[in-house]
Design a protein around this ligand. Structure first.
Ligand SMILES: NC(=O)c1ccc[n+]([C@@H]2O[C@H](COP(=O)([O-])OP(=O)(O)OC[C@H]3O[C@@H](n4cnc5c(N)ncnc54)[C@H](O)[C@@H]3O)[C@@H](O)[C@H]2O)c1
Ligand SMILES: [Mg+2]
Length: 352
């Protein structure tokens, strides 16, 4: 390759990289503007895209064997609200959840009337017919939710829930008001500003270097096992929370840990899940289950875990009525931790 061709290709690549960065930066700056400037956000609402919920259940449409979250234009949403006798100003209750590379803002709106009256559930089923989809509890949809939509729907549900539960000021007792984007609520009486909250949670896959430790809470679906998880206490570091949770739940002392990744998780409220791999030393593997926290916990071999990882969703019962153990869906960071462990163990057993 000639030197001039080399430089032309190199500068084109550099330019492409610049363009990519600038699209991202432009988008983030625009989102910041939408959160900070009510007028800009109001304008964006009038040409925005909306994802719909009812009593915090997202509207989903089945496509093949996957659920998609259908987007609606503001004009279509106004038509739907009018058709069901709802005030079109309800659109102002929507919350900003993102935007496209072309600065098209995305919002989420809950269409429920906010009461448990029979007309609300009647209207819900009529809306489902009109919108050609169903409002499905997010936990139930997890296994079949389209990967692209998962984080958007998680964010939307967490934000809608936070607004629903923070309508009053904890100091003055007076109603709080949401800014247009829904990135904060303000109490006009005390001037307190409330921002959407997330609880930090650690999730840890403990290994004794040949097996990994999986556990069940009694609230888990039958047969499902996961990594150990727990809320961080005030004042704790991530590392301290991992060590404490493992000690509390299974009576083991972690000797090393490695951060893997993080995820926003909307259940039960809104958590920032921080995922780690941890190891315990040989001879330190005797599990003492804390029965207040867990139903059971145990060590699982690479083969058992690799087989369970291939199962897609809850398996059907065996002939003797038992359910083979299965693992959280791809949408959960626990799945990633377990997958990473299987990859690492498989490559080290191939090397041996
Ligand atoms: N995404 C994933 O892969 C994945 C996998 C497993 C668990 N999780 C999530 O991890 C979270 C924590 O796991 P856990 O239930 O074992 O936690 P945990 O072991 O800390 O036990 C839960 C208990 O902690 C207390 N608690 C303390 N702070 C709390 C707070 N901010 N919010 C709610 N309860 C609080 C409550 O008494 C609650 O019953 C759960 O929300 C669960 O949904 C996510
Ligand atoms: Mg726990």
């Amino acid at each position: 390759m000639s030197l001039s061709l080399f430089w032309r290709l190199a500068s084109r690549k550099a330019l492409q990289a610049c363009r990519q960065v600038s699209t991202y930066v432009t988008k983030m700056r625009y989102l910041f503007e939408l959160k900070e400037d009510d007028d800009v956000c109001r304008k964006a609402q009038s040409s925005g895209i909306f994802y719909l919920f009812h009593s915090l259940a997202p509207l989903l449409q089945m496509s093949g064997n996957r659920y998609l979250a259908p987007p609606f234009r503001a004009s279509e949403l106004e038509r739907i609200l009018s058709k069901f006798g709802q005030d079109t100003r309800k659109i102002e209750r929507s919350v900003l959840i993102g935007c496209s590379d072309r600065r098209e803002a995305w919002f989420a709106l809950d269409l429920s009337l906010g009461s448990l009256c029979s007309s609300d559930s009647l209207q819900k089923s009529e809306m489902e017919t009109e919108l050609q989809g169903s409002f499905i509890q997010l936990r139930k949809a997890l296994f079949q939710l389209n990967e692209k939509d998962t984080s958007l729907i998680f964010t939307a549900q967490a934000l809608l829930r936070w607004h629903e539960c923070h309508q009053f000021c904890g100091k003055s007792g007076q109603p709080t008001q949401k800014n247009v984007a829904g990135s904060k609520r303000i109490c006009p009486s005390s001037n307190m500003i409330y921002y959407p909250q997330m609880s930090p949670v650690v999730i840890t896959l403990v290994s004794d270097r040949t097996r990994c430790l999986l556990a069940r809470q009694s609230s888990f679906p039958k047969g499902m096992y996961s990594a150990l998880a727990g809320f961080c206490d005030v004042g704790e570091t991530l590392e301290e929370a991992v060590r404490r949770e493992v000690a509390e739940e299974v009576g083991l002392e972690v000797d090393s840990l490695q951060y893997s990744a993080s995820q926003h998780w909307p259940f039960p409220n809104s958590s920032l899940m921080m995922a780690c791999h941890a190891t315990v030393g040989p001879g330190q593997t005797e599990i003492h289950v804390n029965s207040q926290e867990l139903e059971t916990a145990g060590w699982f071999s690479l083969e058992e875990v690799a087989t369970a990882l291939k199962r897609k969703g809850p398996p059907s019962n065996e002939q003797d009525g038992t359910i083979p153990f299965w693992l959280p869906p791809k949408a959960a960071i626990a799945h990633r931790l377990i997958w990473e462990w299987v990859q690492k163990q498989s490559s080290s057993s191939n090397l041996a």
